[in-house]
Design a protein around this ligand. Structure first.
Ligand code: ADP
Length: 266
């Protein structure tokens, strides 16, 4: 619905496996509301971010011209007008935030994706691993639990590393045992966390190399908020990674943009 001349409000809702994100755009260019909630599909997460983003935007759901839903749970939301894959939405969202990016590494709660964009920001190719938790946000969440620290503190903790611990198991279950054993052998926490980041980065880099690394390179998804993983991946890829503060919202933002394009270019 158009409230007054030149005002279209579109919502992008990213219902992930682990977290929900929502962005409301005014006229396809200004973010007027956003929300994130650390629960994924099948929970209260989608409704929470839907309501919180509307509150921040100071509009009601009746004012939304189009709600486009993406992510793992995109077909489970009743108030959707349409759905799109998270690959398409992440590409659109990142191109809006960082127009020079050609390589996107998206690490979410349960999968890793590497996307290659062309000069116009369109998706050229992608590879993904959703068969195993190694290298994903879930892996980091499990390790944080074992070490009794918060996932969001991992980056800061790893800043104090002196000697990066070696984590040889890629399997989450075996790596968990390895971390417990290193903790009991008094390996310093920062060294251990840096070792976990290095193990994630190795796993992710193997996937990214299959798709080619063309600069600019960025990370999207919640794990991009962990600067320890970002630096470890820079070491593996031997290139700078530009991270936007809205990295976790890339999919939701892309969804809101694509919703707007549906209205102006049906
Ligand atoms: P989904 O796959 O559900 O879309 P996200 O892309 O939102 O997932 O990423 C969720 C993951 O991001 C979590 O599993 C967690 O490891 C990580 N994460 C979320 N917030 C933070 C934060 N503030 N700092 C570090 N890591 C985070």
């Amino acid at each position: 619905m158009k409230i007054c001349e030149n005002e279209y409000f579109t919502m992008g809702l990213d219902i992930g496996s682990t977290a929900c994100k929502c962005v409301i755009l005014k006229d396809g260019e200004e973010i007027i509301g956003k929300a994130v909630y650390p629960l994924g599909t099948g929970t209260i997460g989608p409704r929470k971010v839907f309501d919180s983003a509307l509150t921040e935007a100071k509009i009601s759901s009746r004012n939304l011209a189009h709600v486009l839903v993406t992510g793992y749970g995109r077909f489970q939301f009743d108030d959707a007008n349409s759905q799109k894959s998270e690959i398409t939405c992440h590409a659109a969202g990142i191109h809006f935030l960082l127009p020079n990016v050609r390589t996107i590494v998206d690490i979410g709660g349960q999968d890793i994706k590497a996307l290659r964009l062309n000069e116009r920001g369109q998706l050229d190719n992608f590879v993904m691993n959703d068969k195993c938790a190694a290298g994903t946000g879930r892996f980091l969440d499990v390790m944080a639990g074992v070490m009794n620290v918060k996932t969001e503190d991992l980056g800061k903790i790893s800043d104090a590393a002196v000697e990066v611990a070696s984590i040889s198991s890629t399997c989450t279950v075996f790596a968990e045992s390895e971390v417990i054993s290193k903790l009991s052998n008094k390996v310093r926490l920062p060294d251990l966390v840096a070792g976990i980041h290095a193990s994630v980065a190795k796993r992710v880099a193997a996937l990214v190399f299959r798709n080619g690394v063309i600069p600019d390179v960025t990370m999207s998804g919640g794990v991009a908020l962990n600067h320890g993983v970002v630096h470890a991946l820079e070491n593996e890829l031997k290139t700078e990674i530009k991270v936007h503060p809205l990295c976790q919202f890339a999919g939701a933002l892309g969804a809101a943009l694509l919703a707007y394009r549906k209205l102006v270019k049906p």
